[in-house]
Design a protein around this ligand. Structure first.
Ligand code: ZN
Ligand code: ZN
Ligand code: ZN
Length: 374
């Protein structure tokens, strides 16, 4: 396992160096965010003490890290060496020294501005671009191992969704926040190491796509939209995300809502079945949007169809109008159209899918219908 992990990280680093050459980037600088664990298995603490991996295009990578965090790093000598800094040292000076005469570097998109600003001041000749130009396309194409991990995370949230659909998670009489907390507990109990979100939106709140669950009590005879996911960590310290949305109705659905949901079900199913390598990302969006618009709900589908998923819950590729990028085997992303009628109700249906040689590999297979709770 350990040797295997080292080979995986070394392969990823080799791909990064190849992309750096293509983009004429001499150094890659990774701090907080998902790039660092993807390439090293170590996730930086989001703190005022700087952690930064310095990857020169040629030569050894160095992880600059606060001395007090160093014991948490699993050493992987083939991938990087450690340079821990004590409380009285200046980590920016250490990074600047490692960069030497480097002029073109790419820095992690989520690096705190205080570090970026200080680094630019310490290295006046340095020109910076976003690391995602290098790392995004690498991370977007999943290996068989990564797909296995995404499937494991997806199966866990499928199981929780099936309990929701079976009425095994109490809804009526509880607040959205209480149900959200229960979903969070189940996400952890089923093997995830972290809860990323657990949206529970009842009735008119379901019309707000990113509703924050609150103290509204769930009543009989309304929709409850649940969108939840977490991060599942492997032995090597790298985590992969789950993300699913299902809707249930507490009682016998209002016919107008059932009709709206049917449209959504048809649209989402057609989108999933259309996934294949070579199809553009925007084409998947258009297929669902056309079904929803034809049924008269076009103006109520107010967001893109989906987002890539992997070590981050939202990453490349984005399934949105204007993204002409052809889907590639190994791309993993959500398909989550929604219809939102402000003040009344809303619905969304979300699965994670992977582009396979044979078409689509759907990771979430739990029932897609509107669950009717007696
Ligand atoms: Zn979202
Ligand atoms: Zn979601
Ligand atoms: Zn999503």
């Amino acid at each position: 396992m350990a040797a295997y992990a080292v080979a995986m990280f070394a392969d990823r680093m080799a791909l990064a160096r190849k992309a750096m050459a293509e983009h004429d980037i001499d150094a890659l600088l990774l701090s907080v965010g998902a790039d660092l664990p993807y390439f090293t298995g170590y996730e930086a603490m989001p703190l005022e003490r700087l952690t930064m991996l310095v990857v020169p295009r040629e030569g050894e990578a160095t992880l600059v890290i606060p001395a007090l965090e160093a014991p948490r790093v699993v050493p992987r000598d083939e991938v990087f060496t450690l340079r821990s800094w004590s409380e009285t040292e200046d980590p920016i000076a250490i990074v600047a020294e490692l960069l030497g005469s480097t002029e073109r570097a790419a820095i992690g998109d989520q690096t705190w501005s205080r570090f970026t600003v200080d680094l630019l001041n310490a290295s006046p000749r340095l020109w910076l671009s976003r690391a995602s130009e290098i790392t995004g396309p690498i991370r977007a194409v999943k290996s068989a191992d990564e797909i296995g991990r995404l499937r494991q995370a997806a199966s866990a949230v499928d199981l929780i969704a099936s309990r929701l659909q079976a009425g095994e998670i109490d809804l009526v009489g509880r607040t959205e926040a209480e149900v959200s907390a229960e979903l969070g507990r189940q996400i952890l109990a089923e093997g995830h190491g972290r809860v990323n979100f657990a949206i529970v939106a009842a009735g008119e709140n379901a019309a707000s796509p990113h509703h924050h669950p609150g103290d509204r009590v769930i009543a009989p005879g309304e929709v409850v939209l649940c969108d939840f996911g977490g991060t599942w960590f492997g032995d090597d310290g790298v985590g992969y995300c789950s993300d699913i949305t299902r809707c249930v109705w507490t009682g016998t659905p209002d016919p107008a809502f059932a009709e709206l949901y049917d449209v959504l079900y048809t649209a989402q199913g057609e989108q999933v079945r259309s996934v294949a390598s070579g199809v553009s990302a925007q084409e998947i969006d258009r297929i669902g949007r056309a079904v929803i618009a034809d049924a008269g709900y076009g103006e109520y589908f107010v967001h893109r169809t989906g987002h890539g998923i992997g070590v981050e819950a939202h990453e490349d590729p984005y399934i949105v109008e204007g993204n002409e990028q052809p889907l590639e085997v190994g791309h993993a992303f959500s398909i989550e159209p929604g219809i939102y009628i402000a003040g009344r109700w809303g619905a969304r249906l979300e699965d994670i899918v992977v582009v396979a040689d044979t078409g689509v590999d759907a990771l979430n297979v739990v029932d897609h219908h509107l669950a009717v709770l007696a």
